[in-house]
Design a protein around this ligand. Sequence first.
Ligand SMILES: CC(C)(COP(=O)(O)OP(=O)(O)OC[C@H]1O[C@@H](n2cnc3c(N)ncnc32)[C@H](O)[C@@H]1OP(=O)(O)O)[C@@H](O)C(=O)NCCC(=O)NCCS
Length: 385
Amino acid sequence: MAETVEQKQEFSRGLEGVIAAETKIGYVDGINGILAYRGYDIETLTNQSNYEEVSYLLLYGKLPSEKEYIEYVSELKKEMYIEDDVYELIKKISRTAHPMSSLRTVVSYIGGKDKTSVDPDVKQQEEIGIKLIAKMPTIVAAIKRASSGEDFIKPDPELSYAANFFYQSAGRKPDTVEAKMMDTALILHADHGMNASTFSAMLTISTLSDMYSAITSAISTLKGPLHGGANERALALIKETGSPDNAEKVLSEKMEKKEKIMGFGHRVYKVYDPRAKILKGYAEYITKKNGQEKLFQTATKIEDLMVNRLGEKGIFPNVDFYSGILYYSIGFPPDVFTPIFAVGRISGWVARSYEYVQNNRLFRPRSRYAGEKAPRRYVPINERN
Ligand SMILES: CC(C)(COP(=O)(O)OP(=O)(O)OC[C@H]1O[C@@H](n2cnc3c(N)ncnc32)[C@H](O)[C@@H]1OP(=O)(O)O)[C@@H](O)C(=O)NCCC(=O)NCCS
């Protein structure tokens, strides 16, 4: 019999190393520690730009002119509100659901109310994407407040995207440094190659399903601890360690048990994660300001010990190591860390899905069959033992 495609092709578990799409959006160089969006490295963007502009850049491939920027920001502000029934839904489900489950449900519910999601053309996909970018901070902040039993705070049109997210979540307006820190964290999470959640969004849109469904898929995928949950666990490790003096003992015990230390190592980066470098500076500032220096000192001691032990193998802090203490120090509960990731990543999800669907090809990998050979004899039920 002729060989099938499945028998002929190289097999890569988990699609590791497989290049399945071409993109002009984001570039990750894990050997040299570079992350760039549309050719602009993230140090430049976090220093000189803001989340709204970066969102436009990811989506449209260029920095906006002043006029385009004003139009984009006013579109985001127009679309950032959610309706009363959405707040009611959030209140109802957030009593019991994990914030990521609530987020998945809410995005799906909003999609169900939007008639343009039935059979969207490419233009409608783009418009839905912008609605979702605009609404994401409002939804996540509302989920955060409902799950902490706090009253909702509506968006303030005077505030920037990041400051508005901070305000609606914390219930107070951020100071200048807090606003810059939030903006930076969102930019740093906006895009990162064809990671699992981004792939999920692209896979869904490749069936010509709608952008709400693509983003619901992405949220579902980000929820898993191998993807979005590491900063929650990194913070737990730092808190469990308690002080720099305990770090050696805690790490040794974990390493002896072959446990992975959360917030270290990366599939792509084999040098210091450029995002972690930037967040470390903010974590130092904010923990000091909020009287939580010990958390930061413990974290840096863990970092020193880990780099000493495993730096040679390319193990360094990743983005999750310092983002956890940063968010915690400004008052976010740990179960909201992954939804904050989603607020940043929404622009990357939308941009990559939109880029893909404009030159669409249905994703359809195959699996190698390793089961019983056909044809097998069918055994009637009364003859089976
Ligand atoms: C992200 C991760 C899955 C990458 O795994 P990977 O690509 O298999 O890692 P590497 O192949 O570079 O690992 C090299 C060595 O360092 C070890 N190592 C990697 N990450 C480690 C960690 N966080 N803690 C302890 N040891 C680690 C590996 O076990 C391996 O050891 P070995 O040579 O004895 O087999 C892994 O580093 C990890 O689980 N990190 C913790 C979770 C986390 O922070 N995730 C968020 C990523 S943004």
